[in-house]
Write a protein that binds this ligand. Structure first.
Ligand code: MOS
Length: 794
């Protein structure tokens, strides 16, 4: 380790010299992007052409010799014990090669019921659509027909699907025994071990940032204004372009899994655990994943079924979920009901914040409301309590900034309400209270200024200015998310004897551009072009990759890639420096050449240098080192910095007060992500985040029939998602922040991009109409109800 003095700050603002204790082998700090050749440039995706040509192979496209097609048999009742299952007719169906019944049901969150396992020969059904068995056949049509022939006899129990119904004392109880589940990323919830009464588990007072500090009663006593409000958000189901799917190829020698996944190694590790196999005997391949927003980790019930079927049939089996199964059984953003009490002085100083939240993730826990209440502003007196409420509905999963989207919808709207009560500009209120000593707080200060200029904030009008039925307005909200690093990330760089370069990492690409950022980083270090780098990913046999969750791929992979490329460059320099009459550390790599620093004529092309050095291949591997500034929390491979990422978004809406239709006309999104590695990819992620936020704010909502527990809109006709017609003008601005915490300074951007959108739209709704909308989605029914309501309490 050695102390280095480095300049930190936001490009275009003032830099601060800071001393960082950096491992001696780390490459020197990179200059700002303006001085770089490849990093920071809006290069096209390296795999854009195969994608648009339809040549990119997604799991859905995998075809293997002798491959079978599988279909799942799901429950048709919301709560029951399975008395018997008769698979004989399905097994006799022509073309059927194997049938498998789950002996235990894993939910997304690995929900288990130890009591049921011990006492029941078959698992309990706790929601309509719960996977029970699967059938594999030579054609998809035969598998589907045979799946319908599986006969299941149920002993029905009472059920409950609504949040508030499930909270009643006399509600049917979803779980009678103890339950257990894996932690849900980010949003948290009420962990096992907390008191459980009826369907309520909690209160949880922990979570990122801690659930409490100071004394809220004292804080409210000091306040000039106290505001009490209730906010509700709906269940949003996961709707990636490619549904969950797995192709399992069980052989005696090894198990190969092709997976639509957010983390190849989670697929390997879960398969190893469930099937008691050594990890080395499992290979996971994920060349392309058609989207993943938090629910595509591990193998899931469908994966367990596919692997069993492949073992039984001794043939590869493809099991890809249909759209109904995707909506119902593999995850959703849980609902929330948040009671917020906010106390402030006349000048905007917040004296206390109290939040009581309830949320349902169906049969899974993890319906927390994030950490914004506790972490975004340094509020002195704080109490946050959360209850998970179980219902007979499909399990929740992490979903793009889990919890935080719900939490910020409430918090940022409550602050807007407070600003209006105090007759303060909402931005000025944030300016006053957003004063943490963190990079993200410093970034938001710049983002508020830049965003206000771009959005034309100074021209925004008082609430309800328009006199006609269509009312327009502007609102603002902030977002915050964790800056996360994946602990074990390794990249390998190979320079081949012909001058070609290969970079390897096992991570998958869920659509963000993993290959491209890795290729850019290696190209920059070796003085080459992006297209000179053959970036290979998506294979568990490659060096360990990061999980595509928590916005951590770019922050994890690029430093490892740079470190490996740096070692390779130094190696090559050492082999040719003498022939240039120079010392190795005087050799620079630039524009496809290597030459003596300051003497570009004393050099040769990269390929000539490789030929001169005369090797078959040189191989260097390097790890993603720990952040130079350390971490606040380490949970396994999830390393969380005390600095964050985030942004500020401005929304302009038009509300038709006669029909209740809201149109988002424009979003200005200003974000930070450390050093932007590829502005084009970042912009693309922010577009996606904003669209997903608009979709959540205005349209998406799971509709369950209370009588049967059936999801009524488990398809993409009736489950409305934002489309081209509802897409607003989106203006993205990304700031460049050099934190000097790794060899590339890259951080994530994917999750914060959709965090502030719904709150900004809600604040714009108020500015347009003079009425608050505290219940999502802003569909005509909720909008008209909000417009009719008396101002004040909901
Ligand atoms: Mo995500 S919700 O970090 O996959």
């Amino acid at each position: 380790m050695s102390d280095r003095t480095v300049l930190t700050g936001i490009v275009g603002e003032t830099f601060q010299p800071i001393t960082r204790n950096v491992p001696a082998e780390e490459p020197p700090e990179l200059p700002p992007n303006a001085e770089l050749r490849v990093i920071g440039k809006p290069v096209n995706r390296v795999d854009a052409v195969p994608k648009v040509m339809g040549k990119a192979r997604y799991t859905y496209d995998v075809q293997l010799p002798g491959m079978l097609y599988a279909r799942i048999v799901s429950s048709t009742v919301p709560h029951a014990r399975i008395k018997s299952i008769d698979t004989s007719a399905a097994e006799a169906y022509p073309g059927v090669k194997a049938v498998h019944i789950l002996d235990r049901v894993l939910s997304i969150a690995q929900l288990r019921d130890p009591g049921a396992e011990a006492n029941e020969s078959y698992p309990l059904v706790r929601y309509n659509g719960q996977p029970i068995a699967a059938v594999a056949a030579v054609t998809a049509r035969a598998a589907k027909a045979a799946a319908k022939l599986v006969r299941i006899e149920y002993e029905r129990f009472p059920h409950v699907t609504g949040l508030e119904e499930a909270m009643r004392d006399d509600a049917p109880v979803v779980f009678s025994g103890p339950t257990e589940q894996a932690a849900t990323a980010g949003g948290g919830g009420a962990p096992p071990g907390l008191p459980q009464k009826g369907n309520l588990r909690g209160p949880a007072r922990g979570g990122l940032g801690g659930g409490g500090r100071g004394d809220v009663q004292q804080g409210f006593a000091q306040a000039d204004h106290v505001l009490t409000r209730e906010y509700r958000t709906q269940v949003q189901t996961h709707t990636p372009m490619e549904t969950h799917g797995l192709v399992a190829d069980w052989r005696d020698e090894e198990l190969t899994l092709y997976a639509s996944t957010q983390f190849t190694l989670s697929v390997r590790d879960e398969a190893a655990e469930v099937f008691k196999l050594p990890k080395e005997k499992i290979r996971v391949i994920s060349e392309f994943t058609g989207g993943g927003f938090g629910a595509k980790f591990g193998i899931g019930n469908y994966g367990v079924l596919a692997i069993h079927l492949s073992r039984k049939a001794r043939a590869p089996v493809r099991l890809v979920l249909d759209r109904r199964e995707e909506h119902v059984s593999v995850g959703n953003r849980p609902s929330s009901l948040q009671r917020v009490k906010l106390g402030a002085k006349r000048d905007g100083t917040i004296t206390a914040l109290q939040v009581e939240s309830f949320g349902t993730g169906g049969v899974a826990a993890g319906a927390g409301v994030g950490f914004a209440h506790t972490a975004m502003y340094p509020i002195p007196n704080l109490a946050v309590e959360h209850y998970d409420v179980f219902t007979d509905a499909g399990p929740c999963a992490a979903f793009r900034a889990p919890g935080q989207v719900q939490g910020i919808f409430a918090l940022e709207q409550a602050l807007d309400e407070l600003a209006h009560e105090l007759k303060m500009d909402p931005l000025a209120l944030r300016e006053k209270i957003d004063t943490n000593d963190t990079d993200d707080s410093r970034a938001r200060k710049v983002e508020r200024r830049v965003g206000a200029e771009r959005a034309g904030w100074s021209k925004h009008r008082p609430p309800a200015t328009d006199s006609g039925p269509i009312k327009r307005g502007m609102g603002v909200a902030q977002s915050q998310w964790a800056y996360v690093v994946h602990g074990t990330t390794t990249c390998e760089v190979r320079i081949r004897g012909d001058g070609s370069v290969i970079a390897l990492n096992g991570a998958q690409d869920i659509g963000t551009g993993t290959r491209t950022v890795m290729a850019q980083t290696v190209a920059e270090e070796l003085g080459l072009r992006v297209e000179d780098i053959d970036a290979r990913i998506g294979d568990s046999r490659y060096p360990a990759g990061a999980a595509s969750g928590g916005s951590r791929v770019t922050s994890s992979i690029t430093p490892a890639a740079r470190n490996a490329a740096y070692l390779a460059a130094r190696d090559l320099a050492g082999r040719v420096a003498q022939s240039l009459g120079a010392k190795p550390d005087e050799i620079v790599f630039q524009d496809g050449r290597i030459f003596v620093r300051g003497r570009p004529e004393r050099g040769m092309t990269f390929v000539e240098a490789v030929r001169k050095a005369n090797f078959d291949e040189i191989v260097h591997r390097a790890d993603r080192r720990e952040d130079y500034d350390g971490y606040r929390i380490k949970l396994g491979d999830l390393h969380i910095s005390r600095h964050g990422i985030g942004g500020v978004q401005f929304a302009e809406v038009a509300v038709d007060t006669e029909t209740g239709v809201v149109k988002v006309e424009r979003i200005v999104a200003v974000h930070d992500c450390g050093r932007p590695i590829n502005p084009k990819l970042i912009e693309s992620q922010i577009y996606g985040g904003v669209l997903q936020g608009v979709s959540f704010a205005l349209y998406e909502e799971r509709q369950l029939d209370p009588g049967t527990g059936v999801q009524l809109n488990a398809n993409i006709d009736q489950y409305k998602i934002v489309g081209a017609r509802e897409t607003p003008a989106i203006e993205v601005h990304v700031i460049e922040q050099l934190g000097r915490q790794s060899s590339t300074d890259a951080r994530g951007v994917a999750e914060p991009a959709n965090v502030a959108t719904a709150a900004a739209i809600a604040n714009a709704f108020y500015n347009a109409t003079g009425k608050r909308i505290r219940t999502l989605p802003m569909n005509p029914a909720n909008v008209l109800a909000a417009l009719r309501a008396d101002e004040g309490q909901p």
